[in-house]
Design a protein around this ligand. Structure first.
Ligand SMILES: [Zn+2]
Ligand SMILES: [Zn+2]
Length: 125
């Protein structure tokens, strides 16, 4: 089950509701692959042709798009066998996104002045 977080900037009051983690629809690789653009899908399939595709971890992670100046949930897939991680681009502008480490502070993409505070406001599946 995933969680819904609200990120708020204490400086400019911008806020985003972002669904993170994964839901029940993300247990099968074929379904998860649909969330990635064709180019990334090809790369993933190239890496998983040796029959070890069953093991993967999928999550939506928070990312900041500098072009759209907002937070977006980005689909991320990790293969423990190969140690490779793939993430999607911005769903709105298709620009590349920088993934932050889980613990890292996310600086407000709107004003750039403050780290966003985050609170869990719900669950989704
Ligand atoms: Zn964007
Ligand atoms: Zn701000």
């Amino acid at each position: 089950m995933g969680r819904i977080n609200r990120f708020v900037c204490p400086s400019c009051n911008a806020s985003w509701r972002i669904a993170l983690g994964h839901g029940i629809g993300h247990a099968v690789l074929e379904d998860v692959l649909q969330l990635f653009p064709a180019e990334i899908r090809r790369n993933i399939l190239c890496d998983t042709t040796d029959g070890q595709i069953s093991s993967f971890e999928f999550n939506y992670r928070p990312a900041i798009c500098q072009q759209c100046k907002k937070m977006v949930p980005v689909p991320v897939i990790y293969f423990p066998m190969s140690g490779k991680t793939y993430s999607s681009s911005c769903p709105d502008c298709n620009g590349s996104l920088t993934l932050q480490p889980e613990e890292a502070e996310l600086i407000c993409p709107r004003c750039g002045n403050s780290a966003l505070s985050s609170e869990e406001i719900g669950l989704w599946d």
